[in-house]
Write a protein that binds this ligand. Structure first.
Ligand code: CMP
Length: 223
C-alpha cells in the first residue's frame, strides 16, 4: 500500500471510524492525482462516474445563473468529500467544481464507492452527517441572503470560514486566510469593490479583524 495515500486517508472524516482492514480496502480503490490552480474538475450537468476527496488544497463549488453569473456555494478543503450527490441520486453533477489552489485529489470510482457504502456502515453514517451539516449550512446561507444586509452576510461568511478552515492561535483568536475578494463577492452576492471596502471596516472591538490576506476572529464568536 502507498504510504502517502494512507496518511492522506487518515485525515478524512468520512473514514475516521474505519478499522485497519476497512482502511486497507479504501486504500486499494483510491487514486491520487495532482491538479493545478483554476482547473475545472467537472461542470454542472456533466455525467458522473466518481466521488472525490480533497487531500490538500481547496476547491470551489460553483453554480452559474442563466445570465452567466457565478455563485460560489462553498469552498472545500483538505479531508472534505465532493461529487457524492450525483452518485447517490444517479443524476448529473449539480454544480461545477474548480480548484482554488494547487490540489491533490483522491478519486473513488462509482462502483467502488457503492461497494464501500454497502459493506461499511460507518461510511454511510458519516456521509449522512456530512450531507446534513451541508443542508444546515445551506439553510443558514439562504436565511442570510434573504434577510441580512451585505455587512451581515460578510460577517457570517467570515465566521463560517473560520469555523471550517481556521487555525486556533491559542490566545483566544482564530486565524484564517481569506479567499480573494472576488471569490468572497461571488459567495455573498455583492461586488468585489464592496467586499474590499467592507473588509477594512471591521474593527477589533467586535472580535473580527482583517489584516492583509488574513482574518482574525475571537474564538468566543464561534460558540
Ligand atoms: P455532485 O452533484 O456530484 O457535484 C457537485 C458537488 O458539489 C456535489 O455533488 C456536492 O458534493 C457539492 N455540493 C453541491 N452543493 C453543495 C453545498 N451547498 N455545500 C457543499 N457542497 C455542495
Amino acid at each position: 500500500m502507498n504510504q502517502d495515500v494512507n496518511s492522506l486517508l487518515a485525515q478524512v472524516d468520512l473514514f475516521s471510524e474505519l478499522d485497519h482492514e476497512e482502511m486497507a480496502q479504501v486504500a486499494g480503490v483510491v487514486q491520487l492525482r495532482s491538479l493545478a490552480k483554476d482547473t475545472t474538475i467537472f461542470n454542472a450537468g456533466d455525467p458522473a462516474d466518481a466521488v472525490y476527496i480533497v487531500a490538500t488544497g481547496k476547491v470551489k463549488i460553483v453554480v452559474t445563473s442563466t445570465d452567466g453569473r457565478d455563485f460560489i456555494l462553498t469552498i472545500l478543503g483538505a479531508g472534505q468529500v465532493f461529487g457524492e450527490m450525483a452518485l447517490l441520486e444517479s443524476a448529473p453533477r449539480s454544480a461545477a467544481v474548480i480548484t482554488a489552489s494547487q490540489v491533490e485529489l483522491l478519486t473513488i470510482h462509482r462502483q467502488d464507492f457503492h461497494r464501500l457504502l454497502g459493506s461499511t456502515p460507518s461510511i454511510s453514517r458519516k456521509l449522512l452527517a456530512i450531507l446534513s451539516r451541508r443542508l444546515r449550512r445551506a439553510n443558514s446561507k439562504m436565511e442570510s441572503l434573504a434577510y441580512m444586509d451585505v455587512a451581515g452576510r460578510l460577517a457570517r461568511y467570515l465566521l463560517d470560514l473560520a469555523r471550517d478552515h481556521g487555525q486556533k492561535l491559542g490566545n483566544g483568536w482564530i486565524v484564517v486566510r481569506r479567499p480573494t475578494h472576488s471569490d468572497i463577492a461571488h459567495s455573498i452576492g455583492t461586488s468585489r469593490e464592496t467586499v474590499s471596502r467592507m473588509i477594512n471596516e471591521f474593527e477589533e472591538g467586535f472580535g473580527l479583524v482583517n489584516k492583509g490576506k488574513f482574518t482574525y476572529i475571537a474564538e468566543h464568536l464561534l460558540d
